[in-house]
Design a protein around this ligand. Structure first.
Ligand SMILES: O=C(O)c1cc(=O)[nH]c(=O)n1[C@@H]1O[C@H](COP(=O)(O)O)[C@@H](O)[C@H]1O
Length: 237
């Protein structure tokens, strides 16, 4: 693993989604945040535009980074992509649980064999999906049932946790145990628009339900004052 600067371990469950279209915009937003109060997430758009440089820049600023590229491929390709993420020193990386048990097991094994501490989690059912969307894919079960099935598969593969909606968090803690990490996007305060999210929850309720981490994008990043919005949210937790 490459040397990286000293990172701050925040005492906060908030992960801010830096869903921006350029390095400069993402860093301008990051510079309004404090690594003592949040982690940051780099997703598909930003990483495709900037590549590993954005990770280095965020590490230089002391942030722990969740690289959210949701790998979904054959076992070897998935595992090597996860390893490449870990080699950049990211705090967390994800795959789609629907890549299957073997892909998840292979990825975890290679992280362990490489001595990496990067957390590996799997997306269950995207928070933008409903039962109708699942049915269109030929999955004729309620969303919560599919989430539970994929969470159990993820646990069997030895991963650290899942991405799910906070609406499913209390059930998943019962089913998978308290140590199984629940990372929950689809977080909205009462005054926020839902946008394309379907299974949403307020920050306060998400924590009550047992979420370990709250992934928050537009609620903070589109606020007139992102710093103020984050501290308002932190005050409710
Ligand atoms: O893996 C993710 O982070 C993720 C999974 C999921 O099921 N739903 C989901 O919204 N996300 C990500 O979480 C962020 C949510 O952003 P906002 O809807 O703006 O708060 C986006 O960057 C999504 O890509």
């Amino acid at each position: 693993m490459q040397n990286k600067p000293q990172l701050t371990r925040p005492n906060s469950p908030i992960i801010v989604a830096l869903d921006k279209a350029s390095l400069n915009e993402a860093l301008a937003l990051a510079d309004q945040l404090d690594p003592k109060y949040c982690r940051v997430k780099v997703g598909k758009e930003l990483f495709t535009r900037c590549g590993p440089q954005i990770i280095d820049e965020l590490h230089q600023r002391g942030f722990e980074v969740f690289l959210d590229l949701k790998f979904h491929d054959i076992p070897n390709t998935t595992a090597q992509a996860v390893l490449a993420a870990a080699d950049m020193g990211v705090w967390m990386v994800n795959v789609h649980a629907s890549a299957g048990l073997e892909a998840m097991q292979t990825a975890k094994e290679r992280l362990v064999n490489g001595g990496h501490e990067t957390l590996l989690i799997a997306v269950t059912v995207l928070t933008s999906m409903t039962e109708v969307g699942l049915r269109q894919l030929g999955i004729d079960v309620p969303v919560n049932e599919q989430v539970e099935r994929l969470a159990l598969l993820t646990k069997e593969a030895g991963l650290d946790g899942v991405v799910c909606s906070a609406q499913e968090a209390s059930r998943l803690k019962q089913l998978c145990g308290m140590d199984f990490q629940l990372v929950t996007p689809g977080i909205r305060t009462l005054e926020d628009a839902a946008d394309d999210q379907k299974r949403i929850c307020t920050p306060e309720q998400a924590m009550k339900n047992g979420s370990d981490y709250l992934v928050i994008g537009r609620s903070i990043t589109h606020a007139d004052n992102p710093t103020q919005k984050m501290s308002q949210i932190l005050d409710t937790l």
